[in-house]
Design a protein around this ligand. Structure first.
Ligand code: IN0
Length: 442
């Protein structure tokens, strides 16, 4: 794994440096309980459920698990339990072996299940990646019930809204219009942003004003989910699932040829034109995501929110006008680049730099391919979406710059006052001293 990452980044020294730094600084202190052997607590001891939750967290997403465990201590455990609750819901929703008679009541009642001590679920399909999480789900419930009620309320409320939303789509609601597309992404990812923001402000580490409108919180989730849906076109199609909105792909396929026809080599121009229109649709969300992250005060929260966002904008630059989405699928940015982005996502200035770099990169790709694909009308919308991102950043820099300038001027002013004061006091002391010397001499 590691060697593959190094070889892939051979032509990118900054990525090699980031990989080395990541490897050498990853202290196991952060990611505890990564193996069953590392679970030291006895099954009946209170620590057991705690340790098992971090074992499941590390098992379901290694790289992201570390970011969760680097969160401010007040937030780390509520977010860990929230993450596992969402994984539980996701595993039930994704399970194509489960009959709706079993699946729907589970999804619509998942918020109640969170309060059922000892509840577990052993009927997941054998190939469900996180089935073991549901087999031992009682450990998540045990830790959930240990959380402060203010965090339980946020998590249960999101489980209720997400479970019901997922059930609506499992019951047959299709992703036909762009509005359906936004609604589906709201249920599976927008609500995650709304839940996380609830936890952030309940912790007191972020201002309550962050929770005022759900608009920006929702857009943070839509941005990530829409990138996943573009990436997973082929994999989803093969599993008999499709989340691309027919209102968009319908314009690029022959009468009832179906979404699958885009993967036929002869339809590559239509396919790329459709892909690029979906890229426009997701790029338009970027300024709102920047707006949300600009409000964050707690560095570990900014880092936690920024990492998936910078990965997403880098992924869009990779997917844009890229036919591999239709031929092989599973496109991923290089591990070395991902690690480099993790380091760049530590400050908001770093996040802005990354978004600016990729907005300009996509605009450049866009200009190089203009007019090549007769089916593609996204040239202007793409350049507009990219310039909106760069314009937001420049305006924010100006504002930030002005604020920074104001801040600097304020500090300079205070420094001047202090110097004047020190100067006055020193000269006063000097005068007193000379007066004293004079009296002495007299
Ligand atoms: C997430 C999101 C996430 C993090 C921070 C702020 C968010 C605000 C709104 C919505 C989601 C937010 O981040 C993870 C990132 C992740 O898991 N990445 C995977 C890579 C991958 O391809 O899966 C990794 O292994 O690094 C995310 O993608 N989702 C998620 C789930 C739960 C929580 Cl608490 C936070 C999944 C999804 C569907 C995008 C919401």
């Amino acid at each position: 794994m590691a060697t593959a990452a190094f070889t892939a980044s051979l032509g990118h020294p900054s990525e090699i440096y980031a990989l080395l730094k990541y490897k050498l600084t990853t202290s196991d202190a952060v990611t505890k309980y990564t193996t069953l052997e590392s679970i030291t607590a006895k099954k009946d001891s209170p620590e057991y459920s705690y340790q098992m939750c971090y074992y499941f967290l590390n098992k379901t997403s290694r790289s992201f698990a570390r970011v969760i465990q680097e969160l401010h201590p007040e937030l780390c455990h509520p977010v860990c339990i929230f993450y596992l609750t969402l994984r539980g819901l996701d595993t039930i929703e994704d399970d194509m072996t489960l009959d709706n008679k079993v699946k729907l009541p589970l999804l619509r009642g998942f918020d109640k299940i969170m309060y059922k001590k000892g509840w577990t679920f052993k009927e997941s399909g054998p190939n469900e990646k996180d089935r073991i999480l549901l087999v031992d789900y009682d450990v998540v419930i045990t830790e959930f019930l240990k959380l402060k009620p203010k965090y339980q309320v946020v998590i249960a409320n999101i489980a209720k809204r997400m479970g019901n939303g997922m059930a609506d789509f499992c019951e047959g609601k299709k992703v036909k219009t762009v509005a359906d597309y936004d609604l589906y992404c709201h249920y599976v990812a927008g609500l995650v942003g709304i839940g996380l923001t609830g936890l952030f402000s309940e912790s007191g580490l972020e201002s309550a004003s962050l929770t005022e409108s759900e608009y920006l919180q929702n857009r943070m989730g839509l941005f990530l989910q829409k990138v996943n849906i573009i990436k997973d076109y082929l994999e989803d199609w093969k599993d008999g699932r499709s989340f691309w909105p027919e209102e968009i792909w319908g314009k690029y396929v022959w009468e009832n040829a179906g979404l699958g026809s885009l993967s036929k080599p002869e339809n590559i121009n239509d396919a790329l034109a459709c892909l690029n229109e979906l890229c426009v649709n997701v790029l338009k969300l970027a300024p709102d995501c920047l707006e949300y992250m600009a409000k964050l005060k707690e560095p570990s929260v900014l880092h936690f929110c920024a990492i998936p966002q910078v990965m997403a904008i880098a992924s869009i630059a990779l997917f844009f006008n890229n036919n591999v989405v239709f031929t092989k699928g599973g496109l991923k940015i290089r591990r070395g680049l991902a690690v480099k982005l993790i380091y760049e996502a530590t400050t908001f200035d770093g996040v802005k730099e990354v978004f600016k770099k990729y907005a300009l990169d996509i605009a450049r790709q866009n200009s190089l391919r203009v007019g090549k694909n007769p089916k593609d009308e996204s040239f202007m919308p793409i350049s507009e979406a990219c310039s909106d991102i760069v314009r937001w950043i420049n305006k924010h820099d100006v504002v930030a710059g002005t604020n920074k300038k104001k801040e600097r001027e304020r500090q300079e002013f205070i420094a001047m006052i202090v110097m004047a004061l020190v100067g006055a006091i020193t000269s006063f002391c000097m005068i007193q001293f000379f007066k004293w010397v004079k009296t002495w001499e007299a």
